[in-house]
Design a binder for this molecule. Structure first.
Ligand code: MSP
Length: 661
């Protein structure tokens, strides 16, 4: 099966942002999923460079428009690379391969009478690149809900495209193909819009020269939307290219809700006029809004630097967040603290923790060798059935262009896997030799669960499978979609390692300025990051610090005395509050290849999930002591003053067992 998927082509009038990235990440997840299904996928993205607003922005920067867009297009390509976008092509509308197709189509439509010359008299919104009749304006401004900006009066000779001629054919098509515009709320909007009556569309401009010239009347440039929509076939080499024959019609054009109208009206009418098949689906998703409710957009200046975000949290985490938070038919809310919250809870705590805990147990109890399982019990049977149910649900959600739902389903499986660890309690099984076979089954099932999780999440977080495969000592050929609900795929005897934590927990206070997201203000210069941190820090530092009462410093000791202390980095494997106390936390820590139990008075300050997988400093040669009936083998270091306490944590690159001196 072939699968042709596209994103809109982006205006390179300024660098891409995390809101614009959503469409591309969603399209990428779908493309990757279809590749895993074995489909022959063609995934297209690109840039829409012939817009009037590009000339305006370039002029404002005193730069030649082509030089300007070349710079911004480079940023787009870099961002897609940083986000692991697997597009097969990147089309720029300033490329000759595109321009010649636009000219050919314009001429054909003119020759067959679908384009005619007349005069346009009306209004134009340059930010939206849209023509408006006077009676549509709202208080004299652009009526687009997201815009509301000044419009300009145009009175110029123009070519017009006979949209009105195709109105009934289009309506009939939409009514006969309910799947054509999705979700259905957008379809209803479009039906109402078309039923309201289509006016012929102005498709050329004469007041500036940037753009594709009308070949038989070069005084005119082609209207940017007519030009842009054609990218979906020019990139395939329309009309004779092999790719065009193989991939057209598109299986889905993914886009934001603001531009569904252009894709559901102008684009199908161009195709109807050319007598070529219409795309199968036009899917319009919502927008990413800020916490305050406004759309994330360059013109609002509320954009955060996407590269900085990816560097901070990793491409997988950003992709996960974007895909997880956008529900079908509504908008998503973006804020950096929400990203951290998702990362810490869903990725570090649920997913990462299961992987590290279970691999640590295979290492601890079987030296890292995956054991041969014994007879399945009811819990293993339940997991198998669940994987089947989840795989089907993920497929159904992705067929309905709903990655958020697909991820929700996968996390049902992740939650079940975590519960399985608690239910089977391998640490207790390990204490009884007669439970050896049961422990083998549990440990084997752990590793199979990790494999299933890696396969199911592969379309969404493409960096993850390779990291998991590394821990499992297998290559990525191991990720086979059809095996996501098959069990017994793993060969007993394979050697696994604990590996690095997949998603280290993030302490947001390192990055956030007080109460507010750090913003990159793009309004002054497209790539100038105006960092608000310094100014805010100064305000904070200016406030007087209340006098503190410190404990007196203790009597001097010699170096030899200090050297008696054996301080080690220790990795926390598990943490649980000690029953009937509010202060004590029982920790299982790994140090120099052994697991120790440590009881620590930190329970008021940390939740167990904040501690698991963290690397702390352990006084390793402290005489064991019993606390609340639990033998504590050492003590972990923490700094405290008054009511504040912070456990000392160490860079994760140091293994449990490293000396602290
Ligand atoms: N150039 C046109 C598309 C032509 S396609 C033949 C265009 N470009 S754009 O750069 O303004 O927008 C591209 C896409 O980014 C649109 O789908 C738009 O909805 C999406 N987004 C822009 N800001 C967004 C958010 N804050 N959230 C989600 N999507 C957003 O329109």
């Amino acid at each position: 099966m072939k699968y042709y998927i596209t994103t809109p082509i982006f205006y390179p009038n300024s660098s891409p942002h995390i809101g614009t990235a959503y469409t591309t990440v969603a399209a990428d997840a779908l493309a990757r999923y279809h590749r895993l299904l074995g489909d022959e996928v063609y995934f297209l993205t690109g840039t829409d460079e012939n817009a009037q607003k590009i000339v305006r922005t370039a002029e404002a920067h005193n730069i030649d428009p082509k030089v300007y867009v070349d710079g911004v297009v480079k940023r787009f390509k870099e961002l897609w690379e940083a986000l692991d976008i697997s597009n097969d092509d990147f089309i720029r509308t300033t490329e000759e391969r595109h321009q010649k197709v636009v000219q050919q189509i314009f001429t054909k439509l003119y020759e067959q009478g679908d384009i005619y010359k007349s005069e346009y008299s009306g209004w134009y919104c340059t930010p939206c690149e849209t023509f408006w009749m006077e009676n549509k304006l709202l208080e004299g401004k652009c009526p687009n809900a997201d815009c509301g900006r000044e419009v300009e009066l145009l009175k110029e000779e123009s070519y017009f495209f006979r949209l009105s001629k195709y109105q009934d054919t289009l309506l009939k098509f939409i009514n006969e193909h309910p799947e054509f515009i999705q979700p259905s709320s957008r379809r209803n909007e479009m039906l109402r819009f078309i039923e309201g009556g289509l006016e012929d569309l102005c498709v050329s401009r004469t007041t500036f020269q940037w753009g594709i010239k009308v070949p038989f009347d070069p005084h005119h440039v082609v209207y940017v939307w007519l030009d842009a929509l054609i990218n979906y076939i020019s990139a395939l080499g329309y009309p004779d290219g092999e790719k065009y024959k193989r991939y057209w019609p598109a299986d889905v054009h993914i886009m934001g809700k603001d531009i569904v109208r252009f894709h559901a009206v102008i684009w199908p009418i161009i195709l109807l006029a050319l007598d070529i098949p219409l795309p199968k689906v036009i899917y319009g998703h919502g927008w990413y809004l800020t916490k305050e409710g406004g759309k994330i957009s360059k013109s609002r200046g509320n954009v955060q630097d996407s590269f900085e975000l990816i560097q901070r949290y990793g491409s997988d985490a950003i992709r996960y967040f974007l895909l997880r938070e956008m529900q079908v038919g509504s908008d998503g809310t973006y804020s950096e603290d929400n990203v951290v919250e998702r990362l810490n809870s869903d990725l570090a705590n649920d997913f990462g923790n299961f992987v590290s805990r279970s691999l640590a147990m295979v290492v601890k109890y079987r030296g890292g060798i995956v054991p041969r399982p014994g007879q399945d019990g009811a819990q293993e049977q339940e997991l198998k059935e669940l994987s089947h149910e989840i795989k089907n649900a993920v497929e159904k959600s992705l067929d309905a262009f709903d990655p958020a739902r697909a991820l929700e389903e996968i996390w049902r499986f992740v939650a079940r896997c975590n519960k399985y660890v608690d239910e089977t309690a391998p640490w207790s099984l390990a204490k009884h030799e007669e439970q050896r076979e049961r422990l083998d089954t549990v440990l084997y099932t752990f590793v199979e669960c990790i494999r299933v999780m890696a396969v199911l999440t592969a379309p969404f977080m493409p960096g993850l499978p390779s990291r998991i495969c590394k821990s499992l000592g297998v290559d990525e050929g191991f990720i086979r979609w059809e095996e996501a609900d098959q069990w017994g795929i793993l060969e007993p005897g394979m050697q696994v390692q604990k590996g690095e934590p997949l998603f280290p927990r993030i302490d947001i206070s390192q990055y956030m300025t007080v109460g507010e997201t750090k913003i990159v203000n793009q309004s002054q210069n497209i790539d100038q990051n105006i960092n608000q941190t310094q100014a805010q820090k100064e305000t904070i530092e200016a406030e007087p610090t209340p006098a503190l009462e410190f404990e007196p410093i203790k009597a001097e000791i010699s170096m030899d005395e200090f050297a008696k202390l054996d301080l080690r980095v220790a990795k926390i494997l598990s943490a649980e509050k000690v029953a009937k106390t509010d202060k004590l936390m029982k920790l299982e820590v790994e140090v120099a290849g052994v697991v120790r139990t440590v009881v620590s008075g930190i329970a008021k300050h940390y939740a167990p999930e904040d501690l698991v997988n963290q690397y702390v400093v352990l006084v390793a040669n402290l005489k064991p002591a019993k606390l609340r009936g639990i033998m504590s083998q050492g003590m972990i270091l923490a700094a405290s003053q008054g009511d504040v306490l912070e456990v000392l944590m160490v860079n994760k690159d140091l293994p449990g067992g490293a000396r602290v001196k």
